[in-house]
Ligand binder design. Structure first.
Ligand code: G3P
Length: 226
C-alpha cells in the first residue's frame, strides 16, 4: 500500500512527511487554489525537494484540449522535472492526450475517474495510474468498492501494468475500503491521516498506560531507570 498526500501545502507536506510513511504527493487545480496564486513551478519544485526524487510527484494539467494538455505536460516535465507523473482527466480530449503522452514515454496518471469505462479505457491506453474518485462516486450512488475491484480484476486478467490510485476520500474508512478493494495507492488530505491516529479512544489508552506506569515508577521513564 502506498499513501500519498493530496495537498500542495508546503508546511503540511514537511510536517506529515516526517511522521507518516508517505510515498509521494498529488495535487490538482482545486488543491493548488487553496495555496493562493503561488509561483507554480517553483512551488512544485519545492515539493519535489521536500519529498526527494525517489518519491512520486503527480501534477495535473489545466488545459481542456489535447494540444493544450500536451503543452502543459511538456512544461511540467521541463520546469519541474522529468520524473513527474502527469495527471490527465479522462475526457475525450484527455484520452487522446494519454495515448500521445504514453507514446512519448511519459508517466501518466489518468484522473477524474467516476466509472468503470473511464478506468478500463485509460488502462488500455497505457495509463500508469488510474485515479477513481472514491467519495464523489459514493455521493453519486455509484459503488466505489465495486468499481475499484473491477479495475483490479481487469489488471490481473489482462496483465496491465496500471496501478489503482484511489482519490477523493473524506475519511480513513474509505481509504481502507479502497485498499481492500484492490487499490495499490491512495491519496488523501493529511487531515485524514492525522485524524485516524488522533481518536479519543487511542489517546485514552495511552493516558491509561501513562497513569499506570507513573503510579508505580513516578516520573521515571524506562530510559531513566538506574
Ligand atoms: O485527488 C483528487 C481529489 O483531490 C478530489 O478530491 O475531495 O475534491 O473530491 P475531492
Amino acid at each position: 500500500m502506498k499513501y500519498l498526500l493530496d495537498t500542495a501545502n508546503l508546511d503540511d507536506i514537511r510536517y506529515y512527511y516526517d511522521i507518516f510513511p508517505i510515498a509521494g504527493v498529488t495535487s490538482n487545480p482545486s488543491i493548488v487554489k487553496k495555496e493562493g496564486k503561488i509561483d507554480f513551478f517553483s512551488h512544485m519544485k519545492e515539493i519535489r525537494s521536500i519529498i526527494g526524487m525517489d518519491k512520486d510527484l503527480h501534477i495535473q494539467v489545466t488545459a481542456r484540449d489535447t494540444n493544450g494538455m500536451l503543452r502543459d505536460a511538456d512544461a511540467i516535465l521541463d520546469k519541474v522535472d522529468d520524473k513527474v507523473c502527469v495527471k490527465i482527466p479522462v475526457t475525450l480530449e484527455g484520452m487522446k492526450a494519454i495515448k500521445l503522452l504514453k507514446a512519448k514515454g511519459v508517466t501518466v496518471t489518468a484522473t477524474a475517474i467516476y466509472s468503470k469505462q473511464q478506468g478500463f479505457l485509460a488502462m488500455e491506453a497505457g495509463a500508469d495510474h488510474i485515479a477513481p474518485y472514491f467519495n464523489r462516486m459514493e455521493n453519486m450512488g455509484i459503488d466505489p468498492d465495486d468499481v475499484i475491484a473491477s479495475f483490479a480484476e481487469m489488471i490481473e486478467l489482462y496483465d496491465y501494468k496500471t496501478k489503482i490510485l484511489g482519490a477523493s476520500f473524506k475519511n480513513a474508512g474509505q481509504v481502507d475500503r479502497a485498499f481492500l478493494a484492490g487499490a495499490q495507492t491512495a491519496t488523501m488530505d493529511p487531515s485524514i491521516l492525522s485524524a485516524a491516529l488522533g481518536q479519543a479512544h487511542i489517546l485514552k489508552a495511552v493516558d491509561d498506560f501513562d497513569a499506570d506506569w507513573k503510579s508505580v515508577y513516578g516520573n521515571v521513564t524506562i530510559a531513566e531507570i538506574q
